[in-house]
Design a protein around this ligand. Sequence first.
Ligand code: MIG
Length: 656
Amino acid sequence: MQRTQIKKYRIGKPIPTDSVVVDVELEQGAIPYFHTDEPAKRLTFSLEKEDRVYGLGETIRGMNKRGWIYTSKNADDPVHTEDKRSLYASQNFILITSDKRSLGVYVDTPGVVTFDIGYTKLNELRIDFEDFDADLYFVEGESPLSIVSQFRHIIGRSYIPPRWAFGFGQSRWGYKNAEDVRRVADQYEKAGIPIDMIYMDIDYMERFKDFTVDEKAFPNFPSFVEEMRGRGIHLVPIIDAGVKIEDGYDVYEEGVKGDFFCKKENGENLVAAVWPGKVHFPDFLKDSAREWFGNKYKVLLDQGIDGFWNDMNEPAIFYTEDHLKEVFEKIEDYKGKNLDIWSFFEFKGLVGSIDNNEEDYRRFYHEYKGQKIRHDKVHNIFGYNMTRAAGEAFEKLSPDKRILMFSRSSFIGAHRYGGVWCGDNQSWWSHLLLNIQQMPALSMCGFLFSGADIGGFGANTTEDLVLRWTAFGIFTPLFRNHAALGTREQEMYQFPSKDVFKHLVELRYALVPYLYSEFMKAALEEKMLFKPLAFEYSDERSREIEDQLLLGDSIMIAPVYKQNTTGRMVYLPEDMKLVRFRAYDDYDEEVLTKGDHYVKADLNEVLVFIRKGGVLPLAKPADRTTGVKVENLNYLCYEAKPEDYKLYEDDGESRL
Ligand code: MIG
């Protein structure tokens, strides 16, 4: 542990989060670097003009977080616009850096924290607390990368998925039965587009009950799972946080009997409503409940399932029984009255704010580490502990084989048990850019196995957006096309350019040896997988590049994220070799000099830049990742030899 230059300070009496797994001695004395304003529950840091601030994991806006205000308060909000302050995650790690200094700060508290990074005052970083209780970790180091790696060391090793999870996955909310799923597989096979996974959204369940399968829609489920496995396809079902209240439903009955659900002040189980109708929430913070819920995944593991995605775990609440009652009572008051404008707005707000209502998060309690704690105080670690429930259980239920797991809601610590997807984005070009910008911040916080819904989840997409998004998605570990119920169908085979999609996905499969190697190095050596240019190049221009990424040690990528363009400006911090791919075996190469270039990239082309000394191994693609071999690789090099590349290899499924 002593290789770290980490200092830990404490304010107040923080509720532990278990996000840090290495013992760091507590320092006494005043908090360094920041000015502490106890009555205001605020820490202040003066930013110099040159300082850039990175981090916060999955959130809105650019890579350099300066100039906005972000609140860690996990939210089920499907409209990820620039004006928002919170998304589904709380990943409270930031890095302040300039030529003169670099400092990492981790704010460890499950409570609400606001990072005002030059919002109120351009040159001030304020960290505001709802409760002034937190462990603060200050990480010094000579470079951003060394700071991140020290930080990653104290939060423990990132989750490692099975190698097949690096394949392509198709998803859509609305596949209703086995026939729908078969059709997806058939169409991908017909189009010759590789695929490893088909995701099952809430409709596979019997009336949205966790750990059930609708018998009518999926008769003899285990044999269907086997049938799909026979075709080389993994089915990946969704699990929601709420457990349906229904007599005779074993999960509900066990939960009541075992005292595993979240309770109201009066000791009764909270009644909320989500997709299943009325539900109780498992108290994932309570050890016994976490263990119980985790073991439930066995029901599906036993039927041949080996991957899951955890949803609605902020938790999202459509309404609570108690709040709904109050709303109806208040509505009675309005009835028959001549509403003035203000009462009208009040009335409208009453009904309009029923879901994910602030008050509701104060209506229930957890039993956490032997204490009764109101939900809002630990809200941000709820989803984390759902994923932890699964992750801890998988170690016992599947001691030999890795299980695919990723979650919507997260907090640092959850990165040890699963990855994340970036929630309900929209089919907007701006969200393709957002996806690019989220990746390095996720790497900083340990969430290596991550990605966003390719093509966009909400709203109707367009073919060119799906193409461009796929051309970026082939580089993200989680590579999944997913869309919302009611939106335009966006499976690749829905579009005329099936061949282009085929070439893109084949290129992904050709990249699997590289992606898997770099991913594993990032996990095992506590490195970043995606890096902003400025983390490796010290020139001024690199600091302002917000739409290019370093991926692993060999390459830089520059995705096209604007509509109606046939190329883009690319900044090269040093000479690099451009490889313009039309297919894994059809590309041209050209050395470009340091500086700005307008680089052509049509809808069927992908730009990869090999760095000096970089080696990019390419495999022969296959229909499934299992067919992608590491023998006879084609090595693309720039001022390097194939032998210079350290390929990481293992069986892709044993636990490490
Ligand atoms: O209220 O399960 O983010 O991926 O398709 C919506 C249905 C619930 C939200 C997830 C999305 C999923 C959807 N879910």
